[in-house]
Design a protein around this ligand. Sequence first.
Ligand code: BJW
Length: 236
Amino acid sequence: MADFKRIVILTGAGISAESGIDTFRAAGGLWEQHRIDDVATPEGFARNPDLVLSFYDKRRAALASASPNPAHVALARLEREFAGELLLVTQNVDDLHERGGSFRVLHMHGELQSALCTSCEVRTRWHDTMRNRPPCPVCQARSLRPDIVWFGEMPYEMGRIYSALESCDLFVSIGTSGAVYPAAGFVQEARAAGAYTLDLNLEPSEGSRLFDESRLGPASLLVPAWVDDVLSCAEA
Ligand code: BJW
């Protein structure tokens, strides 16, 4: 592996699968258990807020019994030891990167442990349930919703992400199907900037053919091995 200076990493549900968090599109995954239109769109929330609040309350509660796996821990090690620039972007709404030791994580699709007030638009750390309509700690309105980016909504921090993609020399995608935009298009942005592109996935993803290199296997094995490669090249 060459000596890279500016790395952008995109993670998806696959990196948390071995921690017991359901992915979306696998057989038995979240989208087989629930209709996307019902639980992951603003229209679904307007139609049936109880259903949506319960869906996210359950997932927030389940997070408490999950633990980071060696892939999360390896990326935290990379953050500590890599001397160049690193941007870790996750589509995941869990906090396993942070619990694995990463400090700088950009959650482009929001976070389960955050509430967004639809009245004052303030985001607040949130560990409790929402179905009981608690008041917003800032404006007291009972207008909290999960701080999750649903279909049709703008993901967070797009300016920072595109700017890092424009200047990166390595783009690595880990455990994502490449089925959801704009994240699915990051590989093309990175390629246009001249970056080397690497896909780490359990199986070939929708976007695999767009990458310079694909490594297949579980994230808990692939990611620590790749981090070892990067750090040993940087030392050499
Ligand atoms: C393992 C493993 C192991 C398993 N080890 N690997 C252009 C073209 C077409 C459509 C659009 C377009 N632009 C926008 C759209 C519309 C839409 C969209 O993409 N629709 C598609 C269905 C086509 N996008 C949007 O609406 C987005 N907003 C938007 O585009 O705003 C306008 C805009 C314009 C221009 C620039 C910027 C913005 C918003 C998307 C919001 C997505 N939200 C969700 C749900 C909310 C979160 C939640 O409830 O948790 O986010 S959808 C869901 O999919 C979730 C995920 O973050 C996201 C991606 O899923 P992910 O992570 O890839 O999971 P899976 O299950 O699909 O794949 C798991 C992978 O892991 C697999 O590949 C496995 O093989 C692998 N794996 N075990 C390694 N052990």
